[in-house]
Design a protein around this ligand. Structure first.
Ligand code: GLP
Length: 243
């Protein structure tokens, strides 16, 4: 595992965007595993800038996202479908028919999850998977549990995740209680994993994920078993790590 300790959010965004960009330049028809949340927004902005300056070309890229709220219509501005279009897809030359997320509008969880696993399998899997970390160490929406789940599944979000995500909604009551998420097996089968973290509120999750015991109670800790992980985190997020 390679850990880049950077000064702040802006530096984290630039450095992590450079890792993503290197992947796109090295393999223009790559599969990008993408993530939502506030942490990767600066990274996406940087990628858009590099696209606009002619340094990046997304025309052959395929994307698979980690997760989606269950029950939110696509046009809801808090759906991850909306987020990805708003932050990246609408600003670069990616072919939108090759951008994939779990279908949060599919009420039949088994169908939604099986179909998404099929889609990811058909792409050949992610060359690079971008990940943020939840406060409890979750990746995607894989919440603390007694097991690591392999495939896409429907999760009940924990109270702490619902609270953390309330800031994006009008009220806590509006936050969806369930989501579809890629499983740990799929995440771990990405060839490379890029984790971004910023801020003191992530220090615990960062420490436990990368230096604590490997346990499904901290789902991010499984990343210690992956052969090619790059972590880009700022000083505040790394403040509990002895680096
Ligand atoms: C959500 C997403 C995760 C994300 C996490 C952290 O729960 N499902 O993919 O990593 O939030 O979000 P943020 O970057 O806003 O702290």
């Amino acid at each position: 595992m390679r850990i880049y300790k950077v000064k702040d959010y802006a530096e984290m965004s630039r450095k992590a965007a450079a890792v993503m960009a290197a992947q796109i330049v090295a393999k223009p028809d790559c599969v990008l595993g993408l993530a939502t949340g506030s942490t990767p927004i600066g990274l996406y902005k940087q990628l858009v800038e590099w696209y606009k300056s002619g340094d990046l070309d997304f025309s052959e890229v395929t994307t698979v996202n980690l997760d989606e709220y269950k029950g939110l219509p696509k046009e809801n501005d808090q759906s991850y479908y909306y987020f990805m279009n708003d932050n990246l897809f609408s600003h670069v030359n990616v072919d939108k028919s090759r951008t994939f997320l779990p279908d949060g509008t599919q009420p039949d969880a088994e169908k939604a999850c099986t179909e998404y696993d099929e889609i990811v399998r058909a792409t050949g899997g992610a060359d690079i998977q971008l990940l943020g970390l939840g406060h409890n160490g979750h990746i995607g929406f894989n919440e603390p549990s007694d097991v690591f789940k392999k495939n896409t599944h429907c999760v009940d979000l924990t109270e702490s995740t619902i609270k953390a995500n309330t800031r994006f909604f009008a009220s806590e009551a509006d936050v969806p209680r369930q989501a579809y998420t890629m499983g740990i097996g799929t995440i771990m089968s990405a060839k490379k994993i890029l984790v971004v973290a910023s801020g003191a509120d992530k220090a615990d999750a960062v420490y436990k994920s990368f230096f604590g015991p490997i346990t499904p109670q901290v789902q991010g800790s499984v990343l210690q078993l992956h052969p090619d992980v790059v972590v880009v985190a700022d000083e505040a997020a790394l403040s509990k790590c002895d680096l």
